[in-house]
Design a protein around this ligand. Structure first.
Ligand SMILES: Cc1cc2nc3c(=O)[nH]c(=O)nc-3n(C[C@H](O)[C@H](O)[C@H](O)COP(=O)(O)O)c2cc1C
Length: 194
C-alpha cells in the first residue's frame, strides 16, 4: 500500500544543521515504495501566526499558501518531523508552522520525530514537548524516536552518516512509522474516525 509522507523541518537558522539531517532522511525515504514531500518553514516563510487557517470566518479570505499547505497535510498519511531542540524546547519556526492548521488536518495520522542537536542530548527534550503538541493536534505519535546526538559528528553536510549505527536505527524507526501509517490507513477504510 503506497503511502504519502510529509517531512516537516523545524529550523530556519542560517547554516542550519537540519539540512544534513533532512538529506539523510530523504535519502532513506527515497528507497521506500512511498511518496514524500518536504515542508520547509524557511522556504514557506510564513509570518508569525495571527490568524490560523481555521480562524478565518470565510475560508476564501485566507491566503492561498495556507490552503496549499493544508492540502499537503490533509493529503498525507503520516508526518515525519525533523527538528532540533532550542532551549530544551520546540523551535518557534516549527510550532509556528504547525499552529496555522486545524487539528482536523492532522488527526488520525501517525507522526514520527527525528530530533537532533550538537550536544549529547540529541534533541530529545524537544521531542517530549513536541509529542504533546502533536497529540493535541490529533496525530498519533509513534513510540520510537530517532534521536541524533552530536549531529555534526554523526552526519556530514551531504547527509551521509559517519556513525555506523545510524542506518540501522533509522531503518527500524521508518519501519515502525510505515507500520502505523498502513495500519491506520487500512482501518480508516472500514471504520471512519469518529
Ligand atoms: C536558539 C538555540 C537554542 C539552542 N538550545 C539547545 C538546547 O537546548 N539543547 C541542545 O542540545 N542544543 C541547543 N542548541 C544548539 C543546537 O543543537 C544546534 O545549534 C543545532 O545545530 C540546531 O539545529 P539547526 O542548526 O538545524 O538550527 C541551540 C541552538 C539555538 C540556535
Amino acid at each position: 500500500m503506497p503511502l504519502k509522507y510529509l517531512v516537516i523541518l523545524g529550523s530556519v537558522r542560517d547554516n542550519r544543521n537540519g539540512l544534513r539531517v533532512s538529506k539523510f532522511i530523504l535519502e532513506k525515504l527515497s528507497h521506500l515504495p512511498h511518496e514524500f514531500k518536504l515542508l520547509d518553514p524557511l522556504e514557506l516563510n510564513l509570518p508569525l501566526v495571527r490568524t490560523p487557517l481555521h480562524f478565518f470566518k470565510d475560508p476564501k479570505e485566507a491566503p492561498q499558501i495556507l490552503h496549499s499547505i493544508n492540502k499537503d497535510i490533509v493529503d498525507s498519511d503520516a508526518f515525519l518531523i525533523v527538528t532540533p531542540e532550542y532551549n530544551q524546547s520546540i523551535p518557534p519556526a516549527l510550532s509556528n508552522l504547525l499552529n496555522y492548521f486545524p487539528p482536523a488536518s492532522y488527526a488520525h495520522k501517525p507522526s514520527a520525530i527525528c530530533c537532533y542537536s550538537i550536544s549529547m542530548f540529541g534533541g530529545i527534550r524537544c521531542s517530549i514537548q513536541l509529542r504533546g503538541m502533536l497529540i493535541e493536534l490529533g496525530s498519533v505519535s509513534i513510540p520510537s524516536l530517532f534521536s541524533i546526538s552530536k549531529v555534526t559528528e554523526a552526519l556530514n553536510e551531504d547527509g551521509t552518516a559517519n556513525d555506523k549505527t545510524m542506518d540501522e536505527r533509522c531503518d527500524k524507526f521508518l519501519k515502525q512509522l510505515e507500520w502505523y501509517a498502513m495500519a491506520i490507513k487500512e482501518h480508516k477504510k472500514t471504520i471512519p474516525p469518529s
